[in-house]
Design a binder for this molecule. Sequence first.
Ligand code: ADP
Ligand code: MG
Length: 706
Amino acid sequence: SNNNNNHPQFKSGVNNADNKFDDSFVRRKKIEQQRRSLPIASVEKRLVEEVRKNDTLIIVGETGSGKTTQLPQYLYNGGFCQNGGIIGITQPRRVAAVTVAKRVAEECGVELGQKVGYSIRFEDMTSTSTKIKYMTDGLLLREALLDPKLSKYSVIVVDEAHERTVQTDVLLGLLKGVQKKRTQSSIGSSNSYDHMKKGNNEKERFNEAGKLNPLKLIIMSASLDARGFSEYFGGAKAVHVMGRQFPVDILYTAQPETDCLDAALVTIFQIHLEEGPGDILVFLSGQEEIESIEGLVRENLKKLPEANQKLLIFPLFSSLPSEKQMKVFTPAPVGFRKVILATNIAETSVTIPGVKYVIDPGLVKVRSYSPDSGIESLIVVKTSKAQALQRSGRAGREGPGKCFRLYPESRFEGLDDSTVPEIKRCNLSNVILQLSALGVDDIIGFDFMEKPDRMAVIRSLELLYLLGALTDEKKLSDPIGQQMARLPLEPNDSKALILASQFDCLEEMLIVVSMLSVESIFYVPRDKLEESRTVIKSFSSPEGDHLTLLNVYRASVEFLEKNKTENGSDKAEKNLRKWCKDNFINSRSLKHARDIYNQIRENVERMGLKISSCGDDTLQLRRCLAASYFLNAALKQPDGTYRVLANGQIAEIHPTSVLRRTKAECIIFYNLVQTTRNYVRNVTRIDYLWLAELAPQCYALKDDKS
Ligand code: ADP
Ligand code: MG
């Protein structure tokens, strides 16, 4: 940090968007005052008291009331870390875990990673002195693998429980069990849970009597209905934190919009040019949409008279580098307006001060799984009423606001009341793998708040068998299943890495899997489509998108290394960003992919997998892809569309694919995306005969059926 706390630097006049020179004393005073004025501040004592009295407590409160940032501090000050245990707070989203941890560290006046830290997949910002630890729900599940009693925690707060992500639901069930075990256990019986070999021996937290301290469990939710959670936790007490909400004017369009992006763009400028001061928050479905609107806003802004150009654009999505994520909280300088382009991260997970106008196209991207096909896809669907209300509520936190819903009022009435929990609409193989690793073999019998669909469980189990992760007794196979459970990836990707070490192409597969973990590597502004084609072509491989991604990664590393020796590290990174821009590559995504690569490389090294390279022999890599993603194989039809072999579904190759025109006979794909049509994305050419050879468990028998 470039803030030297011992020597406050004073400066006068101009309000600077970059707070580097802000007087830290003034800033601390301001933060203190902000904290005191939060609705939750008035019930601090009562909350601490309730946690003391109840082992399980449900806290319900309006978004922005201060639950996430304040409660952990109250508990810390209330002595809940005195027994040596720490406070863990889970979030469904990485962005929330990171930004909130940074904020709380600042509120506490400590360096991030010391008393206050965060831990998310591929990034750990904690130390042995961390007492308040924000993390994703998925990460706590992984910790449970190494420490089934989560013994280092004295309190676990499951935040944003209303989101009902699949990881949250699994976690709730697991924590219920952990709580029971912790109350029963003492040193003498502490080995009864030790059904799996522990990687490292976490010291358990015992009180003077030698008993592990009980686990305090707090479920926090923004939905006002606490009944479901309360019932699930045996009638646990629920407390409500009152929020403060100003009236929000809701405006609807007269007609349904055909082009939501365009409608959002027009509305942004309408607000910017016609409405009074206040920031704009726009809800978009993902990184790609956000970046394309970002480009459009910039273009249009340039065309305005200079006096009207005072609009600052802030994207907010999960794979945004974390320095960039924090920028969104910086207040706009006087005379400027902010427009925040966010995914539904901004719906309840993070609250950005200053928002007065909300633009809600009424859509959200979700996971969707059909047990019939056994394939998961990402689809954009209408929000529920509850989500629409949350979104409009964001406009009325600091004063009266306006919400522009980009759909007619009649549509609102037809929306579902609330969102279906994710566990009802996703592929469960990852959950099953994780629970098996925790010793839970009977998924159907697991104490879920809401049971997953039986068919979905069966299909997901089937997939794990096909991947060789489970034995006939539904136990994790050794070593494949065990290794897959240890990797922080989807089962298919884990399998690809494990197989790649046998196919002598793990080096390449690490790159491919990392590149596939980020949303979009190429970024092409609308007005540069033609130009971009020629440039992108220089990376493209006739074999498909996986190899193209590999080429991009290799070219970027080569560029970076060469530049580093010539110009030093910092300059090289800067030059790389320029290189990315020239090559229509999304430098944010590429950077993220590089981080992921480093992490999973470390993971597989620790597991002892052999990392070797196939060099230019890409045949090996493609065979390995076929052997891992065999369920996602498709055959060309006479009309040029593709038929997914596993279920007969018909799809087209996505326009961004390098195989869009060449039309290979047989392909494997990474994602299935459903918009108005079915698209397969990230596609590679394979030989049909490889399927029977490399995935006989799936294709040898089915051959005569097709
Ligand atoms: P809740 O969890 O009840 O929705 P939060 O604890 O997330 O509420 O937010 C409380 C307040 O803290 C809000 O006013 C929000 O704007 C503010 N806040 C949170 N993170 C930051 C940040 N990084 N910078 C500035 N303010 C923040
Ligand atoms: Mg919160």
